[in-house]
Design a binder for this molecule. Structure first.
Ligand code: SF4
Length: 344
């Protein structure tokens, strides 16, 4: 096992993907990419990453970015707290570290939104330190290589592998070793489906492969059932000549999608008739209900079962925010759960 780095590094140099965040080892870039990649596919992140850095090229510019602009840059990526934490941490780096990203693991780890995995990735990739970054990909590879049926969702298992990996890091290629393990997990020892052992540089020493038990590893906790919420969404529209306006509002309640925009809604399933009565009782100048769409949006822990009613209005209520369809795409961060109703 001590030869893992010798086996995996040549494979990595030969097979690594050309990704925008691999062009340099600037800590701001590595940090941003690691945060964006949490819970999000590489292909989806590429475009966001490039656009984000074009708009906010420095930690200072991120720390000063207005919240609405930040949410717009993040729109569609989901898990919006990641963006809020990025900005908070950028502000901390400006005040506590004179704008320079810290290099000590404990300092990195203390920053908001940065856990053991991200701190380890930054430490090894940017500063060539033996700071293991143990994510789902790495845990899957290691649990198979060692044919270990410890539950990889447990912190004790992650700690065990962080300690074990520390001794396997090569002196002069820590960042490459971190990335090689992740890359092997993403491309060869894949999360869904059968691992491609015939292409794997570790096949000769991988115990799960040698013992024919790759299919039962890694061991994970059973997933909790998601909660389900019924929701009625009102897509209020007002046509003024050629201009089509939508009514939106900002989500002020703390929690899911806080600070982003949404269409008006209530958390209950209303039939079309009840929906129109509800709208009229609110004093909205509703005219006709012209369309109904059902959609289910899945978050990590909850599902929204949404019914959207498209309602034309005779006039715009003054106390509501009415925006043009073009402004909706350009200026307001409308999360995917609501944006789907614009795009249908
Ligand atoms: S040999 Fe197969 S199971 Fe083992 S690490 Fe490689 S891909 Fe994964």
């Amino acid at each position: 096992m001590s030869r893992i780095s010798e086996l995996i590094l040549p494979w990595f140099y030969e097979n690594k993907r050309d990704l925008p965040w691999r062009k340099d080892k600037e800590p701001y870039h590595v940090w941003l990419s690691e945060i964006m990649l949490q819970q999000t596919r590489v292909e989806a992140v590429k475009e966001y990453y490039v656009r984000f850095l074009k708009e906010l090229p420095t930690i200072k510019s991120l720390s000063e970015c207005p919240d609405d602009k930040l949410m717009k840059l993040w729109e569609g990526l989901g898990y919006y707290n990641r963006a809020r934490n990025l900005k908070l941490t950028a502000a901390t780096i400006m005040t506590d570290y004179h704008g320079e990203f810290p290099s000590e693991l404990e300092q990195i780890r203390s920053l908001k939104g940065i856990g053991s995995y991200t701190a380890g990735a930054i430490g090894s990739i940017c500063y060539n330190k033996k700071t293991p970054a143990v994510d789902g990909n790495v845990l899957r590879v290691l649990s198979r290589v060692y044919c270990d049926d410890s539950n990889i969702d447990l912190e004790t298992t992650k700690k065990k592998y962080r300690e074990l990996l520390y001794d396997l890091y090569p002196e002069d290629a820590c960042g490459d070793f971190t990335q090689a393990l992740m890359e092997l997990g993403a491309l060869v020892c894949i999360p869904n489906g059968i691992p491609k052992c015939e292409e794997c540089p570790l096949a000769g020493c991988c115990q799960a492969h040698l013992q024919g038990c790759t299919h039962r590893l890694p061991v994970r906790s059973e997933k909790k059932q998601r909660t389900k919420t019924d929701m009625t969404v009102f897509v209020f529209m007002y046509q003024d000549g050629e201009d089509l306006y939508y009514a939106i509002r900002k989500r002020t309640k703390k929690g899911l999608l806080h600070g982003l925009y949404e269409f008006y809604n209530v958390q209950e399933a209303l039939c079309a008739e009840a929906a129109m009565e509800y709208v009229k009782a609110l004093g909205i100048h509703a005219d006709n209900l012209i369309k109904e769409i059902k959609y289910k949006h899945i978050f990590t822990h909850t599902e929204w079962h949404m019914t959207a009613y498209y309602i034309t209005c005779k006039q715009k209520n003054e106390d509501m925010l009415w925006v043009l369809a073009s402004e909706l795409s350009g200026d307001y961060a409308l999360p995917t759960a609501f944006r789907v109703f614009v795009e249908v």
